[in-house]
Write a protein that binds this ligand. Structure first.
Ligand code: LLP
Length: 424
């Protein structure tokens, strides 16, 4: 459920007509709904009500400071994967003891930054990383709280590029070697083992891969406890999927996911952490774009938009489906037209949808890409020298630009000409 719905014949973002935002900021742009962000965060928070828990928002999915501030005010923790994300969490007012640091390639500088600024835990992904973290902690005279991310070798049944829990993936330590690695951790004075971490992939639309992984984690918890380790926290990762194609998909709800967690690991008495990104941010955002031309090809019609793959790369990168809807509500029963929906970038990969049935559209009409809040703006680039598009936040009947559109000068002036090239 989200707060982008038709009212009085037009698409609204909460209580603001989308066309009004387009008139104010120009197209294309992203717009996020505060109420949807809050609602999805709270669904997870309630779903874990059976245990001590923390919902850590995976900010890689959407990291605008205003969005982080909304979630921080809700009490969310943050899952960060870089020094930049750590800095964003701190800047949004998230206390260090609500920040978890994930990722296979944390550098010593990033570790230092987090140990000095405050950290809830590092999710350690390899022995070399463990040794570096130990050395950094000892150098600073502190003890780093850690979990070890285990790779349970479970097929997440999702797109290959976003599956992370199979043995061929680069993530985590094979669960079969976990006891050995925990034994090593216990000998390192700079580390304190507090739990286990697992994350098997993203956009999971079924619960059984989670169930398989969490059962393995439950068994491992008991084994590690028997080995003498204190396991008090389980970080169960993110990954719950969203209905990108609304007419034809209904992934499990957070409440069902919470019940699964309770069923598989609830008896262990651990504090539960999760790291959802997409389910909180995905349906909280849309990307709005304008039709530049309708072009008739030999055997198809192209809808050429002013938004492109550099603004929303998911269709090009993962063959992802996004529902695309006109901002003016189509009349009931209107005859659909079939379009290939594309952007202006100079490669055929700049295609958002092929043979998509849409109400008839003409130049200057606005369309909205649904479910574009997650992995949209954060993955954008300036390819083809198209400046990053603005982000807008709506709250009830108010809206604000939370990242302005750079001018061409802004974009050009980030580059500099070496002295040896001289001035023209
Ligand atoms: N925790 C870890 C360790 C992760 O690697 C990820 C996502 C998450 C949490 C959050 O997963 P989520 O709840 O958002 O599924 N760019 C891709 C998705 C990449 C996901 C990477 N890791 C896409 O657009 O589909």
């Amino acid at each position: 459920m989200d707060h982008f719905i038709y009212r009085y014949g037009a698409l609204f973002a909460e209580d603001v007509p989308v066309a009004e935002i387009a008139a104010a900021v120009g197209t294309p742009f992203y717009v996020y709904s505060t109420a949807t962000l809050q609602r999805h965060y709270r669904l997870f928070d309630e779903a874990l009500g059976f245990a001590d828990h923390l919902v850590c928002f995976a900010m890689k999915s959407l990291s605008n400071q205003a969005v982080l501030t909304v979630l921080a005010r809700e009490g969310a923790g943050m899952d960060v994967v870089s020094g930049g994300e750590y800095a964003r969490a701190i800047a949004a007012g998230v206390p260090g003891d609500r920040i978890v640091f994930s990722g296979v390639g944390k550098t010593a500088d990033e570790m230092r930054m987090a140990l000095q600024g405050g950290i809830r835990q590092f999710n350690v992904e390899s022995e070399p990383e463990m040794l570096v973290l130990n050395a950094v902690a000892l150098e600073l005279g502190v003890v780093a709280p850690i979990t070890v991310r285990v790779n349970p070798d479970v097929d997440a049944k999702t797109h290959a590029k976003i599956s992370t829990g199979k043995k061929e993936d680069k993530f985590g330590i094979p669960i079969s070697r976990a006891r050995e690695v925990y034994a090593l951790a216990a000998t390192l004075a700079g580390l304190k083992v507090i739990g286990i971490d697992v994350h098997i992939g993203s956009q999971l639309t079924q619960l059984d891969p989670f169930e398989a992984a969490y059962r393995k984690v439950a068994d491992l918890t008991e084994q590690l406890r028997a080995d003498g380790h204190e396991i008090t926290r389980l970080d169960l990762g993110g990954g719950l999927g969203i209905p990108y194609e609304r007419s034809n998909s209904a992934p499990p709800l957070p409440v069902e996911y919470g019940q699964l967690i309770e069923r598989t690991v609830g008896h262990l008495g651990c504090e539960i952490e999760i790291e959802p990104g997409r389910l909180i941010s995905g349906n909280s955002g849309i990307m709005v774009s304008k039709v530049i031309y309708v072009k008739s090809g030999e055997d198809r019609n192209f809808l050429i938009l002013d938004g492109a793959m550099n603004d929303l790369i998911r269709p090009a990168m993962y063959d992802a489906w996004h529902d695309i809807v006109p901002v003016v509500e189509p009349a009931a029963g209107v005859e659909q037209q079939r379009y290939d929906i594309v952007g202006p970038v100079c490669e055929s990969g700049d295609t958002f949808a092929k043979a998509r049935d849409m109400p008839p559209l003409a130049a200057d009409d606005l369309v909205a890409f649904r479910s574009a809040g997650a992995y949209g703006a954060v993955m954008a680039s300036e390819y083809n020298s198209r400046p990053l598009i603005p982000e807008v936040l709506v709250n009830g009947d108010q809206f604000a630009v939370i990242r302005p559109r750079p001018t061409f000068e802004d974009m050009i002036n980030r580059d500099s000409i070496p002295e040896w090239l001289g001035s023209s």
